[in-house]
Design a protein around this ligand. Sequence first.
Ligand code: ZN
Length: 314
Amino acid sequence: MATSSFTKKTLGVEANDSGKARSADSGQPAFPKKPKITPSKAKRREIPEGLWTKCPKCSLMLYDKELDENLKVCKQCSHHFPIGARERIHSLVETCSFEEMDAEMTSVDALKFTGASSYASKLDAYRKNTSLKDAVITGIGKINSIRVALGVMDFQFLGGSMGSVVGEKLTRLIETGTAKELPVVIISCSGGARMYEGMLSLMQMAKTCAALAYHGRSRLPFISVLTHPTTAGVMASFATIGDLIIAEPAAMIGFAGPRVIKDTTQSELPPGFQTAEFLRDRGLIDAIVSRKEMKGRLTSYLEFMTEGRTARHA
Ligand SMILES: [Zn+2]
C-alpha cells in the first residue's frame, strides 16, 4: 500500500513539474520551485482519473479543465471531442438569453417495446445518467445580437435518436420560429430514428420537414449544423434541408453505414467516404466550420441571411 501511494505521489509531482516548466521556460529557473510542492499539494494532484484525456487522433494528454475551456477541441491537432447539448448552447448564446422550451417533455413507451431490456427502463436509465429528459434541447436565444430558435441534439441520450419527443420538440421550435419570425438553427448529432418507437419515430421525419417547409415559405432561414455523427433518419430528414448546411471538421455524416453500402453496391468505397470533407467537396455541405469559430460564423451567416428582412421590418 505504502509503495503504491508513494508511486502515485511521485507521478503527481512529475505531472505538476512538466506542466509548469512549459509556461515558465523563459522566466524563473525551475529548481527553486521544487521545495514549494508540499506533500499535501502533491497529494491533491495524485488523482489521475477524470483529470486527463488522451486525444484519440494525436495521443496528446489533455488536461480536462483546459479541454473544457477550449470547447472540447484538442489544442494540438484540433480533434473535436463530443460535446453535450448544454455546453454547446452555452458556447453559442449570450449568457442568460436562452429560454428553454418544452423542458419537461418526456418520451413514453407507446409500443411497450421490449428487447434485451425494455424501452421504459432504458429511458429511465438515460434520464438519470445524463440529466437530460430526451435527446434534444430547444429554445429561443441570442447569438450575439440575433435572436434565433435553437435546437441542439445530444448524442449521450440514446445515441441522439429521434423519437416522438425529439420530433415534437423540434417541430414546436420551428413553428415558434415561424410565428415569431426567427431564423432556425439546429445542431444535429444523431444515430437516426429511434427504433424503440417504430413507425412513430419515422413519422417525425415528415413532421419536422413539413414544419420547415412552412418556415421556408415565410422566407425565414434555416441553418443546419451537422456534427459527429449525423446519420440515418435525421440525415434523411431535417438535417439535409437547411438553406445553409455546415458541418464540424471530420464529422461522420451519412445515411446507411459504410458496411451496408459496400455490401449492397458490391464495390469499394472511396477514401474519406461519409466524412464532412468528402461531402463538402461534392457539394452536399456548404462549409466546414470548427467549433471555436462556430459562433462568429453563425453570426455572419445569420446577419447575411436576415439582412433584407430586418430592413423591411425596420
Ligand atoms: Zn489531438
